[in-house]
Design a protein. Structure first.
Length: 230
């Protein structure tokens, strides 16, 4: 599950990244409005956003409005501006929660889980997904076929999760590449993406099976209708 942090204080960012990573979240941190809007406009797969109000080139309200124009992704403001005007304005822009600095990290984690639960995004503790004849156990990060585990590489598994999150929607190659970017160093580019899709298909499909990943010529890929989240 991916969380976007927009905060220009490197100390706060580092603390949030450590705490959120320990809870199993994938974190992307940015420090200004411009780069944040670029990410949002690329329609990167994001499950929640933590926004500061005061940023070097604008404010978090601009980012919140841009998010709300495109999705219902949960937004939590983390800011030193604790007056009533800023709080009301944040909720008017579509925020889900507003936390004043300094904040307690455990309280923040609880609030993140709460907004994810309300949005329907936080299903990782109980969710399994049928992908064709395969079962993906999100909690353990394992994939099974007829009771036997299928071993996927880290990149192959991230690619599969990217498709699952889209729930059958068409993903362009650029959207997939953006979602697959790995700060740990496993680089995926436009050429290797084709290879990884082919490898994933080979592991999840056998002769006579319905296609697991559909190619939409000239546009991209999507998980077939055989995927069932339960």
């Amino acid at each position: 599950m991916r969380i976007l942090i927009v905060e220009d204080d490197p100390i706060i960012v580092e603390g949030l990244k450590i705490a959120l990573s320990q809870e199993g979240y994938e974190v992307q941190a940015l420090g200004d409005v411009k780069s944040s809007l670029e990410v949002i406009r690329k329609e990167v797969c994001i499950d929640a956003c933590l926004l500061d109000v005061n940023l070097p080139d604008g404010d978090g309200f601009q980012i919140c409005r841009a998010i709300r124009e495109r999705s219902e992704v949960p937004v939590i403001f983390l800011t030193a501006c604790d007056d009533e005007i800023h709080t009301v304005l944040a909720f008017e822009q579509g925020a889900d929660d507003y936390i004043s600095k300094p904040f307690r990290i455990r309280e923040l984690l609880v609030r993140i889980k709460a907004v994810l639960r309300r949005s329907g995004a936080d299903q990782s503790k109980s969710e399994s997904v049928n992908v064709g004849r395969n079962v993906v156990d999100i909690m353990s990060g394992k994939v099974f076929r007829d009771g036997e585990e299928i071993f996927l590489s880290a990149v192959e598994y991230r690619l599969l999760l990217t498709f699952i999150k889209s729930k059958g929607q068409l993903l362009t190659r650029q959207q997939i590449l953006t979602a697959m970017w790995d700060s740990a160093g496993d680089f995926v580019n436009d050429n290797t993406l084709t290879v990884y899709v082919r490898r994933l298909r080979k592991k999840l499909e056998e002769d006579g099976d319905e296609p697991v990943i559909e190619t939409v010529r000239g546009m991209g890929y999507r998980l077939s209708g055989t995927a069932d989240v339960r």
